[in-house]
Ligand binder design. Sequence first.
Ligand SMILES: [Zn+2]
Length: 282
Amino acid sequence: MNDINNINRRKFLEYFGCCACGLIIPSCTTAPITERKQLRLLPESTINRQAAQLYENVKRKTKLSNDKKQLDEIKKIGLKIENSVSAYFDSVNKIDPTQNFHWEYILIDNDKIKNAWCMPGGKIAVYSGILKITKNKHGLANVMGHEIAHAVAKHSIERASRALILNVGTTAIDIFSGGIISNASRTTGVDVAGMLRTFGIDNPFGRKQEIEADYLGLIFTSLSGYDIRESIKIWERMKEAYKGQEPPEWMSTHPSSEKRILNLKNWIPEIILKYPPIEKSQ
Ligand SMILES: [Zn+2]
């Protein structure tokens, strides 16, 4: 039975995988800049709408920080990245992948979590715990650049589309078809952390997507005028912070920090030259 399922699944993938672009054109796109082929079966508007609802839940259910100065810095960096991404795609006559984004930023008061994320549509959260790793505006800009790159490259749409095809993402399908989050928003005591994981936000993306987010993140951070060499220091500090302990789940499935640092070192000199700070013309 399993074998038959596997064969059918493989056949199905042959028909609907990304190679079948002639059959279903709208579902086959490429990631910006890297031109990596992507499968997108779900409309961006649906995913952005669901993400915005989940973001509202996060804002209600988690403890937000009162540190206005820090939040202002996050917003300032974010705005620079927003403008630079749009200005870059304008400058190369490409459609701005963030044209339907409604950017928003929150700082979550949780010193234990060394993480940040950006939901589809530009809904960003930074946990206070990662600020000890980022240390300065350049560090923070590099982390935000990476997270924003996941959203710009529409990694969540790709991931949900894959889940649909592989038939393993029942919850993901429920979420993207609208059920779970609207129900959850009516109930009290919602497990926001669980929903974030299911939604694929507070959860590692695939290896290819992580590498792509590292690469695009450097580009967006450099276009925004921040020092991308700081990205290497972040990964060194991250390694140090988890010395002798089990790394958090998202780190262990990410590319290893050594491999990551090596990639960054290879890309940085070229990216600094090719993607200098860009000013958005008003
Ligand atoms: Zn990532």
